[in-house]
Write a protein that binds this ligand. Structure first.
Ligand code: AMP
Length: 120
């Protein structure tokens, strides 16, 4: 059982206190649809353990990170955006210049349309 962080939106989603649309989950991660999708497929992959953002990740989180990338691959399969056919973008915003709005580590899985580069 993971201890949720006080006043963390994504910890509340993990606890079922705030509704979400699940796409995939396992013991380590939960994947759900972004409430304001920026692409036809926009899924957030979050660890069940509270880590503030990528700048707080340490070597002790190696298994959690591997599980997040494995889940992103599964999400891409479920969404029909695997790289052999379509492709997708993985994004982690860190801090205010990157417009990181929720301080609980998350990977955005974006796909289903052509994605411009560089981002704005
Ligand atoms: P970031 O800006 O990188 O911190 O990403 C946070 C993401 O969480 C944004 O894309 C928001 O649209 C999304 N978000 C905020 N609240 C919710 C919610 N209740 N359910 C699903 N996604 C949310």
């Amino acid at each position: 059982m993971v201890t949720p962080a006080a006043d963390c939106l994504f910890c509340k989603i993990l606890a079922g206190e705030i509704p979400s649309i699940a796409v995939y989950e396992n013991d380590v991660v939960y994947c759900f649809r972004d409430i304001a999708p920026a692409a036809p497929s926009h899924v957030l992959v979050i660890p069940r353990s509270h880590i503030e953002n990528a700048h707080h990740v340490t070597v002790a989180d190696a298994e959690t990170l591997a599980a997040m990338f494995g889940a992103a691959q599964e999400v891409a399969r479920l969404e029909g955006i695997e790289p052999e056919d379509r492709g997708y973008r993985l994004v982690m915003n860190v801090g205010k210049d990157a417009q990181n709005s929720v301080p609980h580590l998350h990977l955005h899985v974006l796909g289903g349309r052509h994605l411009e580069w560089p981002p704005g």
